[in-house]
Design a protein around this ligand. Structure first.
Ligand SMILES: Nc1ncnc2c1ncn2[C@@H]1O[C@H](COP(=O)(O)OP(=O)(O)O)[C@@H](O)[C@H]1O
Ligand SMILES: [Mg+2]
Length: 381
């Protein structure tokens, strides 16, 4: 019995109504017991001293008139009690009906939510519930749907990631395997060129794995930021030192355009150098011989904008919004031939810049028109 009440919302509601009704009836009963004789007195006897109240003086005077009044009072009390009992019964029936109706209204949506969450737990992430009500249940349904949507997104991202990673791994692996088979069957000549090709593909695999590891680290935010005031010129110099050989081989002119009165920025030196390295590396990679790469810093209020501007192959407008998505490359085959990476570099850069509270964006006037990648950092004032 207790278990029944514990498990059914409707029974609990009914119980609470019952308590309210009973308390009401008891209070009413007590109140009438104490007030009715007084009121009866004053209405019937009007100061005749019937002495009905509280038994005092009840027996003092006797008389037929008074006995009649007493009888009247007793039958009044009896009929009052009867009415009270009837009212109690009626209230009980109403309580049952109302608690049934209300619990239906509450229990039905809760049941729907329970079933939906069960389905989500079973992996059906498209499950949604009707969230039209504006009461707490409606809000619950609304947040439930939001949660389901987030879960669905995470799940589809996970699937996409696994698909992308296997695809990225397969391409160099297939190339290595093909070359090795050719060598073993004697179809391919064992020249240093072939070995170099194989080595290149293995190198690509190694870089991909490194990039993935770095990506998972920055996506999880699993690195401490050592924020200090840093001079932009030092950051730029450190970055450019890494590209000295590449710049000389490719014959690209590098210009750093940094105003003299630039305030320092508040940033983690290693991380921002990593961002700059990614951007300058891309600029060099996607700029043909004889081109120009400019690193420019501009002050914007409390922010410093650092831009890497190249005169390279440019980016068609429709690709620009996707550049910072992982594995996104404008032209996969060309990027591969150009010795490009796997399309993770800009994703890592975006995560790092956002961890600093900054933004990163790309601009280009289109194919062959060069590109500009800019990110913002807070000035250390
Ligand atoms: N400076 C640039 N000029 C033209 N295209 C660029 C430039 N930087 C990046 N891109 C495009 O954005 C894509 C993603 O860049 P990134 O994330 O660094 O990957 P990748 O490993 O291919 O360099 C590149 O494949 C390229 O198509
Ligand atoms: Mg890159």
């Amino acid at each position: 019995m207790i278990d029944f009440f514990r498990r059914h919302l409707g029974a609990k509601l009914f119980l609470s109504y019952l308590v309210v009704i009973l308390v009401g009836a008891i209070v009413l009963g007590l109140a009438t017991r104490f007030t009715v004789p007084e009121a009866f007195n004053s209405h019937m006897g009007l100061g005749m001293g019937l002495g009905l109240g509280n038994g005092q003086g009840m027996m003092q005077e006797t008389g037929t008139g008074k006995t009649a009044v007493l009888d009247l009072f007793n039958s009044f009390q009896a009929s009052f009690n009867e009415a009270l009992l009837l009212a109690l019964l009626a209230a009980g029936v109403v309580a049952i009906l109302v608690s049934l109706l209300l619990s239906r209204g509450v229990v039905a949506p809760v049941r729907v939510l329970t079933a939906a969450s069960q389905r989500i737990a079973d992996g059906h992430y498209t499950e949604r519930v009707n969230s039209t009500g504006s009461d707490e249940l409606g809000q619950l349904a609304h947040s439930f749907n939001q949660m389901a949507e987030k879960l669905e997104q995470v799940e589809s991202m996970r699937r996409q990631l696994i698909g992308d990673v296997s695809h990225e791994l397969r391409t160099p692996l297939t190339a290595i395997k093909g070359s090795m088979e050719g060598l073993m069957d004697g179809v391919l000549p064992a020249t240093s060129e072939i070995y170099q090709q194989i080595h290149q593909e293995a190198d690509r695999l190694a870089r991909l794995v490194d990039d993935l590891q770095e990506l998972s680290r920055v996506e999880a935010g699993a690195y401490p930021l050592d924020m200090r005031p840093l001079a932009i010129s030092t950051l730029v110099q450190t970055t450019l030192k890494r590209f000295v050989a590449q710049v000389r081989v490719k014959g690209i002119e590098i210009i750093s355009d940094l105003p003299a009165d630039l305030p320092p920025v508040l940033a983690d030196q290693d991380r921002i150098t990593q961002v700059l390295t990614n951007l300058v590396g891309n600029a060099l990679q996607y700029t043909p011989e004889g081109g120009k790469v400019t690193i420019r810093a501009i002050r914007h209020g409390g922010e410093i904008h650092l831009a890497v501007i190249d005169t390279g192959i440019g980016i068609p407008a429709e690709h620009i919004p996707h550049l910072f998505t992982r594995f996104y490359r404008v032209d996969k085959s060309r990027s591969r031939q150009a010795g490009g990476g796997s399309g993770i570099g800009l994703t890592i850069a975006r995560h790092l810049v956002e961890a600093h509270g900054g933004r990163i964006w790309a601009e280009s006037d289109g194919e062959g028109q060069g590109s500009t990648f800019t990110f913002s950092l807070k000035a250390a004032e």
